[in-house]
Design a protein around this ligand. Structure first.
Ligand code: 5GP
Ligand code: MN
Length: 342
């Protein structure tokens, strides 16, 4: 396949098009922020733009401003398929491989006859016709901002669009604290505030929306914290029973893994969350410094992501998963020792 730069779409986008914008399964703040903001932009440019997400997103993102049609592939299957069939191009946002939309939607996308355009910051992306892939970027939302800038349309960014972009950049950078946050990220954020993004409200909407159940679940997660100082590693477990006990809702465990990483001296953190419905243990990995959790998740837990934030899964029991995880650590002791200098 001859890969083209996303800017080569300029002339194609001069006429009004029917566009579908897709994000990954279990969409996070960056995926939702990026898809909704690109939709705002295309609608302003007089295109028809529909967002299709594999499934719904958590409550703490529901307040984000929407401007057009939004379908969830699992619940609005026929509408989603119709939107895809009728579209001239599909934008893929915040994921690097088609399987990240889940098997059902992947099957549908695999037979899509027109072009895909990728905008994403994950490592080792699959190839699509139009590519804007940059792993140095803090977030896909930062890339959507850049895309709008490349199209010469920064003037079109209004309050709603700025709010969606701000949210994605904020959530993917851990509120501007990860290494991927550059001075350019801050300059973009400053522009978004000038365009009307209300930073205090956005932070409050996202971070001050805890249910009591979520806080109690966090209490349980923290009680389950295990710290292995010899490997600079800490991890958390949550069983299905514990999730039920505290009325688990989608998105409730978001960010829990960061508590494990916040233990002084720890450079490698994980959370293992049992999901009896899907019959997997879903894992999130985080690291500080050079130790690549992307490589670790890819190699041992059928996953991937970024150098310092990745995910994966295990199909054996929690107990067996933890045995496997702990048995891997000695091999990485030196690497973990030297990963990060405070
Ligand atoms: P989280 O731990 O917040 O779910 O995900 C961290 C990062 O890893 C995100 O960028 C996410 O897209 C990626 N990621 C999470 N789970 C998986 C997975 O199972 N496979 C792959 N390839 N990436 C994942
Ligand atoms: Mn992202």
């Amino acid at each position: 396949m001859v890969l083209k730069k996303i800017t080569e779409l300029t002339s194609f986008l001069k006429s009004s098009r029917n566009i579908v914008i897709v994000g990954h399964q279990n969409p996070d703040g960056d995926a939702v922020g990026a898809t909704l903001s690109l939709q705002h932009y295309f609608i302003k440019k007089k295109h028809k733009a529909t967002v299709v997400l594999p499934n719904d997103y958590p409550d703490f993102l529901q307040w984000l401003p929407k401007s057009g049609r939004l379908y969830f592939f699992d619940k609005q299957n026929s509408q989603s398929k119709k939107a895809l069939v009728e579209s001239d191009i599909v934008f893929l946002l915040d994921f690097n491989a088609l399987h990240r939309v889940g098997a059902d939607m992947q099957n549908t996308l695999e037979t899509y006859p027109n072009d895909f355009a990728l905008i994403d910051h994950h490592q080792q992306p699959e190839e699509f016709t139009y590519m804007y892939s940059d792993t140095s970027m803090s977030s896909t939302c930062q890339m959507v901002y850049n895309f709008i800038e490349m199209m010469g349309d920064v003037d079109l960014i209004d309050k709603d669009l700025a709010t969606c972009l701000y949210t994605g950049i904020m959530t993917d950078t851990g509120s501007f604290r990860f290494r991927s946050t550059t001075s350019t990220t801050h300059r973009i954020i400053a522009n978004l505030i000038d365009k009307g993004a209300e930073n205090d409200k956005i932070h409050s909407n996202i971070y001050d929306s805890n249910s009591c159940g979520r806080l109690l679940l966090l209490g349980q997660a923290l009680r389950n914290l295990q710290v292995l100082f010899e490997y600079k590693t800490a991890f958390i477990t949550l069983t299905d029973q514990e999730k039920k006990q505290f009325n688990f809702e989608k998105g409730d465990t978001e960010g829990f893994v960061n508590y494990a990483l916040s233990v002084k001296g720890i450079v490698f953190a994980a959370i293992f969350i049992e999901d009896q419905e899907q019959k997997i243990i879903k894992i999130s990995f985080r690291s500080k410094g050079k130790f690549s959790v992307n490589k670790f998740a890819r190699k041992y837990f059928d996953g991937g992501g970024h150098d310092n934030a990745a995910g994966g899964k295990s199909t054996v029991s929690m107990e067996e998963t933890l045995i496997k995880f702990k048995a891997l650590l000695p091999k990485y002791q030196k690497e973990l020792e030297n990963s990060y200098e405070a």
